[in-house]
Design a protein around this ligand. Structure first.
Ligand SMILES: Cc1ncc(COP(=O)(O)O)c(C=O)c1O
Length: 246
């Protein structure tokens, strides 16, 4: 159901955008228009409170996870993820030299008591656990945030397919419930649009912003400007919301 015609139109317009016309490198965090469009969209659709300054555009969730891991982890650091969990994440963490611990998942989501006390970062998929599909209960979400505060750890919330719902309101993201600035929220356009676009984003707390910008810069300077301009227009003109509804 990818809206090819609407996408061709915004790509053609993006080729003539002021960002492209400038002929220069972009801000590592992304074009202002796309960061503003994403901040507005997730404010409405996910009640995530973010300003454009908090948003960093990335080449897929995988790059967002890589940036967080590079900023927060050194070789030998302990990290936790769900077991069963997302294999590309596990491979990434192992490649960076982290010690990866799997925590079990039950009907309420990740079992918080099973998290190792020394974990510096925990990666979770609360909306729709990958691969089991359960939603993390509200009490578990609160327990996870309390654990993170006690352990001085960061929670990375991978919200990769929260748009796919057939009824009811979803539970609030960890990022929304958190009051201590310990959650990095990651969203992607791979499921709602196309994985081939490699377009995703992260909302980072102010304490991590500068380091995350630097990590994105040393990784690839920035995500392709034309794709960012096209997506910003696609969201701003309502085509994205219409596509999701359809
Ligand atoms: C848990 C999880 N996170 C994220 C993604 C999307 O990754 P990307 O944005 O890198 O395409 C997937 C894709 O299947 C996934 O299963």
């Amino acid at each position: 159901m990818f809206p090819h015609r609407a996408w061709r139109r915004v790509v053609a317009r993006a080729l003539r955008s002021r960002e492209m016309a400038a002929g220069v490198y972009e801000n590592p965090a992304g074009t202002w228009d796309l960061r503003a469009a994403i901040a507005r969209h997730i404010g409405i659709s996910r009640s995530v409170s973010a300003s454009p300054d908090d948003v960093i555009v990335a080449n897929g969730t995988q790059q967002a996870l890589d940036i967080v891991a590079r900023v927060l982890l050194g070789p030998g650091d302990v990290v936790a993820m769900e077991d069963p969990g997302y294999r590309p994440l596990k491979e990434l963490l192992k490649a960076l030299g982290a010690r990866v611990t799997g925590a079990p998942v039950d009907r309420d989501g990740l079992v918080v008591e099973a998290l190792p006390a020394e974990a510096r970062v925990v990666f979770v998929t609360p909306s729709h656990q990958f691969p089991l599909g359960v939603a993390m209960s509200l009490s578990r979400r609160r327990a996870l945030l309390a654990w993170a505060e006690r352990s001085n750890a960061v929670v990375v919330e991978d919200d990769y397919d929260s748009e796919f719902r057939f009824g009811g309101r979803p539970l609030e993201p960890l990022q929304t419930i958190d009051s201590t600035g310990r959650v990095v929220y990651v969203g992607t356009f791979s499921k709602t649009l196309l994985p081939a676009l490699r377009l995703a984003f992260m909302v980072v707390p102010p304490s991590l912003r500068e380091a995350a910008h630097k990590a994105k810069f040393v990784s690839d300077w920035h995500t392709a400007t034309m794709a960012q301009s096209a997506l910003a227009q696609f969201i701003d003109e309502g085509a994205f919301a219409r596509h999701i509804r359809r």
